[in-house]
Design a protein around this ligand. Structure first.
Ligand code: TTP
Ligand code: CA
Length: 390
């Protein structure tokens, strides 16, 4: 279902739940995490839902929490343990789609576009992810599914803990209108106070305020508020990755002036980039070329596309278009090509390539790994090699 493409996953009472799992005697007990090891001495990092009944919450001074719940179990925390569980959770998420945007140690957005033919509709995928997390980590995740980020985050929050909520397009107003304005992302204490002073307590009420008035009150954020109150949010899920780019470049002994030779080299380099991307399970959506002329003037050009790829054809064709905008008559001493804006592609996305091509690339990789880089070449590569060798 297209309108439910965005998922928000958020673990329940994350640090406290890890402690309760590791020490079963803490289950169903008020557990409060906060202390030296987390670098936030003196304040609560989080509290189990049992402890929250006493009014304890994140950022509260530990001394106050002790007063509210003297029999609570206070733990100073073990960051490396929480990170370990976080890594396992993100590994599960990236098994479904490369489009995972990490928000924090226990929270992420997923864009499920392109996953449906592999796993079924969004609701089914949400349930699969929730139970896989439970199975592999013994921790509860709350999941929200909606047409955009704002609503998906709201959905996961509304049914916490152990929640699973879907916000269909037709029911947006019915669900969000009664909620208080502080449920809107970005509405902090100050904005809330300003709105309440005007008698605007709920999202429904906020909807009645003209756009102009909101703009006058809050500037550009006012326009955002106007949209969010209607459940409109255009932000994309932006996956972030530590490996920034994969590229290859070559410097020629003698500068190249032949367009055909330059393109032949570009194809070889594209193939190398593609191979490394596939070897590391990356896809990317930005392509860049680097060109250095004989006078050492160096230029890089890039183009970002609306889809992710890692195949030679796409890399070469987009790179070629960029290259053709440059002056190919001047002698070129260095040429490079690369792909950036990378995402991890643990499960191969079948819709990005046709399956036959995938198999072909896999076969080429196997042959090259076994017999060397030059063991299998394209006809065009041969032309270049012949010219180079002669
Ligand atoms: P949250 O997701 O905000 O909180 P939570 O997972 O403990 O509880 P829930 O989502 O069910 O409401 O934060 C995730 C972890 O980040 C939390 O377990 C501890 C840490 N954290 C802090 O160290 N300090 C803070 O002020 C907050 C809010 C969280
Ligand atoms: Ca959480």
């Amino acid at each position: 279902m297209k309108e439910l493409n965005i998922m928000h996953v958020d673990m329940d009472a994350f640090y406290a739940s890890v402690e309760q799992k590791d020490k079963p005697e803490l289950k169903n007990k008020p557990v409060i995490i906060g202390g030296n090891e987390l670098g936030n001495r003196g304040v609560v990092a989080t509290a189990s839902y049992e402890a929250r009944k006493y009014g304890i919450h994140s950022a509260m001074p530990v001394a106050k929490a002790k007063k509210l719940c003297p029999h609570g179990i206070f733990i100073s925390g073990n960051m490396s343990r929480y990170q370990e569980e976080s890594d396992r959770i993100f590994e599960i998420l990236s098994g479904y789609t490369p489009l995972v945007e990490k928000i924090s140690i226990d929270e992420a957005f997923l864009d499920l576009t392109g996953c449906h033919h592999l796993y079924g509709n969004s609701k089914k995928i949400g349930k699969m992810i929730k139970s896989e997390i439970k199975e592999k980590t013994d921790l509860n995740a709350s999941i929200g599914l909606a047409p955009n980020k704002f609503l998906a985050k709201l959905a996961s929050d509304l049914k916490k803990p152990d929640g699973f909520m879907v916000i269909y397009k037709e029911r947006i107003a019915e669900i969000i209108d009664p909620l208080s304005v502080n449920k809107i992302w970005g509405v902090g204490k100050k904005t809330e106070e300003k709105l309440i002073k005007k008698g605007i307590k709920t999202i429904g009420k906020l909807k009645q305020v003209p756009r102009k008035e909101l703009k006058a009150m809050f500037g550009s954020f006012g326009v955002k508020l106007y949209k969010l109150a209607r459940g409109i949010d255009d932000r994309n899920v932006v996956p972030k990755n530590e490996t920034k780019s994969i590229s290859h470049e070559t410097t020629f002994k003698e500068s190249l002036t032949s367009r055909d030779k330059i393109l032949a080299v570009l194809l070889i380099l594209s193939e190398k980039v593609s191979r490394r991307l596939r070897k590391n399970n990356f896809t990317g959506c930005t392509i860049f070329i680097k060109i250095r002329y004989d006078d050492f003037k160096t230029y890089t050009r890039r183009n970002t596309l609306s889809y992710y790829f890692n195949d030679t054809e796409n890399i070469y064709n987009i790179g070629k278009k960029l290259l053709e905008k440059e002056d190919l008559k001047k002698p070129i001493r260095l040429l490079g090509i690369g792909v950036s804006k990378l995402v991890q592609n643990k499960n191969k996305q079948m819709d990005l390539f046709n399956e036959d091509k995938e198999k072909l690339y896999e076969t080429i990789d196997i042959i090259k790994n076994k017999y060397g880089e030059n063991s299998i070449l394209r006809a065009r590569d041969l032309i270049y090699k012949k010219n180079k060798d002669s």
